[in-house]
Design a protein around this ligand. Structure first.
Ligand code: GDP
Ligand code: IMO
Ligand code: MG
Length: 425
């Protein structure tokens, strides 16, 4: 009765969607455990591209049950849109279940996200402006509205009315207009009617499936370094993308977990603000963006790019308890005669090999690189590790040796089948 946790090992956009879709063929249930539609997970199947934001990336496999877990924040407008979009493309979404304990994103969360970013001036976080921070803040303050509140129209109306009342002074302080409560109630009652068939006690469902001997893949969103507790605070998201977040977000214990798969890009990217020691603002950085197609799935923003950061990755292995890695976008490095890997930081005259999570310290860190030979060839057609160019094989082996965890999946292109999967012992 295993659960497999799949977690982003960097700053998000590591290719979690692609790897989840790949593994979904072998599991019974795929469950998102945190975040909301700030996530953008891209899956490409036979040339068809799907951008998933709330619905787990297992939905493209007929028969796989999909769960939106209790740790998530749900914008119902977006969820309805995503369900309709998939239906229009012939995907059966009747297998999608949403936790009654997940929190709802309300119109005022979106307005506040926008206003708070504006108020930060030069110290912006660069949020996705999806209302994520304000929704999680209400959850923690116990002033949130949950998906389960949509099960009864009268109760929903009363709850929205009460919460909107509490928000009035906050909105006023930011110079935002009063919420049009009647319209919001009607709108959310419409969403409720649409979503009701999908609302469930997902904790009970997950445990039923585990008891039946089924396998659950817990799909992470965002990434380790965006974790509220363990990331580069305050340049983080407001949830727990790390493996621990899968346990709280879905209501399972650590004893159920058989594997923790860390998804890491063969280089680094970050979208939004915050320290990024290996960021390249030169031609190489530009090439990584262009060749890697590094534009956000959710906001279309250009991602910042740089070489792989082993200091950060070693930290991700630790805080998640990663048992194996899925290395993505190795094909992108095929353009470079030499490949650099950051093995330590120089900071205030000191050499650091442990990742400092304090953003101010991290901002002062200069990367110390080791240089490896590139392979300068196209590898997207390769389907076995042995068939990779020797320098590409050496790059993967170098990472395994340095990190002390095996790389079991190597992704060499966005398509589902552009993947090298190692047999597990
Ligand atoms: P996620 O948020 O972790 O699911 O990642 P995103 O989907 O936001 O970003 C990853 C991008 O890289 C998507 O456009 C994928 O289609 C693409 N991608 C995934 N794996 C590979 C790969 O191995 N090679 C290339 N070239 N693109 C990939
Ligand atoms: P996936 O699941 C990359 C970043 C934002 C911003 C910070 C806070 O596709 O990997 P938020 O809107 O969450 O309050 O923004 O977190 N961020 C992501 N970056 N991938 C994501 O998701 C992200 N989700 C949030 O850019 O820096
Ligand atoms: Mg993404």
């Amino acid at each position: 009765m295993p659960a497999i946790i799949l977690v982003g090992a960097q700053w998000g956009d590591e290719g979690k969607g692609k790897i989840t879709d790949l593994l979904a063929a072998q599991v019974d249930v795929v469950a998102r455990y945190g975040g909301g539609d700030n996530a953008g997970h891209t899956v490409v199947v036979r040339g068809e591209r799907f951008a998933l934001h709330l619905i787990p990336s297992g939905v493209l496999h007929p028969g796989t049950e999909c769960i939106l877990g209790s740790g998530m924040v749900i914008n119902p407008a977006r969820l309805v849109q995503e369900l309709d979009g998939l239906t229009a493309r012939g995907v059966d979404v009747s297998r999608v279940r949403v936790s009654s304990a997940a929190h709802l994103i309300m119109p005022w969360h979106l307005a506040l996200d926008e206003a708070q970013e504006a108020a930060r001036g030069g110290a912006q976080i660069g949020t996705t402006r999806r209302g994520i921070g304000p929704a999680y803040a209400d959850k923690a303050a116990r002033t949130g509205i949950r998906v389960g509140d949509m099960l009864d129209d009268k109760h929903l109306a009363a709850t929205i009315l009460a919460r909107a009342e509490e928000k009035r002074p906050v909105l006023r302080a930011y110079g935002l207009p009063e919420p049009g409560v009647d319209a919001i109630i009607l709108q959310y009652q419409e969403y409720a009617a649409r979503l009701r068939p999908h609302i469930a006690d997902t904790v009970r469902l997950v445990h039923q499936r585990l008891a039946e001997g089924k396998t659950i893949l817990c799909e992470g969103a965002q990434g380790t370094l965006l974790d509220l507790d363990h990331g580069t605070y305050p340049y983080v998201t407001s949830s727990s993308p790390i493996a621990g977040g899968a346990l709280t977000g879905l209501g399972i214990g650590p004893g159920h977990v058989s594997r923790v798969i860390g998804v890491a890009k063969a280089y680094s990217t970050r979208v939004g603000m915050g320290p990024f020691p290996t960021e390249l603002t030169d031609d190489i950085g530009e090439q990584l963006v262009v060749i890697g197609g590094e534009y956000g799935t959710t906001t279309g923003r250009r991602r910042r790019a740089g070489w792989l950061d082993m200091v950060a990755l070693r930290y991700a292995v630790q805080v998640n308890g990663i048992t194996e890695l899925a290395l993505t976008k190795l094909d992108v490095l095929g353009a470079f005669p030499q490949i650099k890997v950051c093995v330590a930081y120089r900071c205030k005259g000191e050499r650091l090999t442990d990742f400092p999570t304090d953003a101010r310290t991290l901002a002062l860190c200069e990367p110390e690189y080791e240089t490896l030979p590139g392979w300068q060839s196209e590898i997207s057609h390769v389907r076995s590790r042995q068939a990779l160019p020797p320098a590409a094989r050496a790059y993967v082996a170098y990472l395994e040796h340095r990190l002390g965890v095996p790389v079991r999946i190597i992704s060499v292109g966005p398509e589902r089948d552009e993947t090298i999967v190692e047999a597990r012992p």
